[in-house]
Design a protein around this ligand. Structure first.
Ligand code: FES
Length: 77
């Protein structure tokens, strides 16, 4: 995924569709953390994404700086 590529290559995604707040994936995408929190900057793009699952929303509630367009980066793209 784009997130994996950015993480592996230490690429900031700000200025694209995402503002990546923390570039870690502590739980390896198992929906047990919120360290992959991203804010989708482009509302049009955000609206094209699948809706978050209840499990993703539960983890997002724990994310620092939650916004209306926050997602867990490991669950999108
Ligand atoms: Fe833990 Fe995305 S890496 S939920």
């Amino acid at each position: 995924s784009m997130l994996e590529a950015a993480h592996e290559n230490d690429i900031e995604l700000e200025g694209m569709n995402f503002l990546m707040l923390i570039k870690y994936r502590a739980c390896e995408a198992s929906l047990a953390c919120s360290t992959c929190h991203v804010i989708v900057m482009d509302m049009e793009y955000y609206n094209k994404l699948e809706d978050p699952t209840d499990e993703e929303n539960d983890m997002l509630d724990l994310a620092f700086g939650l916004t209306e367009t926050s997602r867990l980066g490991c669950q999108v793209i």
